[in-house]
Design a binder for this molecule. Structure first.
Ligand code: 4NP
Length: 159
């Protein structure tokens, strides 16, 4: 996490299936928290699928972010092999995402983790896919991600 020059600037890629619900919400929350805490963390998100590439996040993701005064993330894209060089941490939302990421050609599986494994209280659990759910599922998603990202940040920080 700390470079030879002593600067601290880890890079994180959040990954879900479509890159329109979970991972862009996680991206936006981490960017917001890092900025408030004065941490230099490079953050992006991607999907294992490409159906939504080029789309803005789901309107329900945008609404939840707006309600929490968090600026929205970027348009969707699919994860690619170069991401294993560009990012220190590739963080999957669920086990299906995880399995699809580590099976990619050129995957560096040592960089890949499940988001909820960063919190001992939620180890082995998955961030539920809210796509076919209702708005309340997106509000619950926000709280799951908010807590999970606090745990992630506390471990990315230099000791
Ligand atoms: P995400 O949610 O992986 O959290 O972005 C989904 C978005 C789209 C679809 C499934 C899940 N889809 O089937 O199109």
């Amino acid at each position: 996490m700390t470079s030879p020059t002593g600067s601290f600037a880890p890079s994180v890629l959040f990954v879900c299936l479509g890159n329109i619900c979970r991972s862009p919400m996680a991206e936006s929350i981490l960017i917001h928290k890092a900025s408030k805490q004065g941490l230099s963390i490079s953050v992006d998100s991607a999907g294992t699928g490409n159906w939504h590439a080029g789309d803005w996040p789901d309107p329900r993701t945008l609404q939840v972010l707006d309600e929490n005064n968090i600026p929205k993330a970027t348009k969707a894209r699919q994860i690619k092999t170069e991401d294993f060089d560009r990012f220190d941490y590739i963080i999957a939302m669920d086990k299906s995402n995880y399995n699809n990421i580590v099976r990619l050609p050129g995957a560096d599986s040592q960089k890949v983790s499940l988001l909820l494994d960063w919190n001992p209280a939620t180890e082995g659990m998955e961030v539920p896919d809210p796509y076919y759910g209702d708005y309340q599922d997106f509000q619950e998603l926000f709280h799951i991600l908010d807590t999970a990202i606090d745990h992630l940040i506390s471990q990315l920080k230099p000791i």
